[in-house]
Design a protein around this ligand. Sequence first.
Ligand code: FAD
Length: 340
Amino acid sequence: KELAKELGLSTWREITTLSVTRDTRGRGNAQKTNQYARWIGGEGAGEAADVTLMDTETAQVTPSEVTLALIKGAVENGAQLIEGVTVTAILTNEEQEGEAADHPRVSGVVLEDGRRIEADKVIVAMGPWSTKVQDWLNIRIPMTGIYSTSLMYTAENSPEAKEMIMKEPRALFCSEDNYGSHLEVYPRSNGDVYICGCGGSRYVTEEELRNYEPSPGREVADSSRATAAYQSFNSLAPSITQGRLPDVTQACMRPCPPDALPMIGHLPGVEGAYIAAGHNCWGILWGPVTGKIMSELVLDGRSSIDLKHFDPKRFGGRMSTPVGRARGRHRGEQQVGEQW
Ligand SMILES: Cc1cc2nc3c(=O)[nH]c(=O)nc-3n(C[C@H](O)[C@H](O)[C@H](O)COP(=O)(O)OP(=O)(O)OC[C@H]3O[C@@H](n4cnc5c(N)ncnc54)[C@H](O)[C@@H]3O)c2cc1C
């Protein structure tokens, strides 16, 4: 709430959240209405749903707005934003001093266009792809990418739905339904309706992620899950869909370490290397908190909260032999010799 005020976020609000139990046995009154939102059930609904109140002050923000506002704030305070190129390696003094470097420390990064940026501190915040750094620094960074489809009905294309949503803004957490979905429905403050929980998420392995499969920003929706989720939502809230397919079908990946806790802190064994990744389904909520912690670590050398549960060292730290790769030193994907 404080941050939303400080950043002047227009999409932040408190919204009433409802728990929706779907009738998976085809019984009950499909037209059943409820006291919280007239757009749930009603005429044309395919199945009954029991609706109960979960919470009246769930915080909501549109992720792109908070992300862009934080980037803007950083740039206004002197950060430089480089877009459209990936980092392909983190450099250390081992590049110059060889394996004999007894005190490994970060010296910069290499970009895919060949540019090098010098740095004595590097924070890895590459979401699921952070596991890539295992190849670069020989530090164990296990991660699964949970690849999920989501849908959106835009206010622009559904003026009638927008009116209903604006009158009765309610977020829904639905139980498992007959379509294999467990929908989460988030009407946004501009009248868009975002829907996830489409079911059938794919678990992308760390090996796939280390090969950039799928590469960042190239995730595509699973059409069978999009169809199932549409059918489910259409049977729950036909006055919103009005029989129309969603305006947007998309996919994204949640970064998930094996114990489902984020990795926040120093990367063990290489001075100046840090990680802030693996926030699973809570990265929007945690992002600003983790950012603050990272600034404390980098600027003050210690964090104001105890990070022991998030210590990246819990996965084993520096490895003598990279997992699943040929022995030898690498710069990005390229082998640079010095076999040992
Ligand atoms: C359907 C769905 C619903 C969700 N709902 C919620 C919710 O309600 N609340 C909540 O708090 N969280 C939610 N989340 C989770 C949240 O979106 C994630 O936890 C969060 O986006 C993770 O942020 P991140 O910055 O760590 O990773 P990402 O958002 O994945 O960002 C990683 C960035 O690193 C970049 N990158 C990767 N490799 C490189 C490289 N080599 N060089 C340079 N850049 C690179 C990528 O392009 C990307 O921009 C949801 C996620 C999904 C999929």
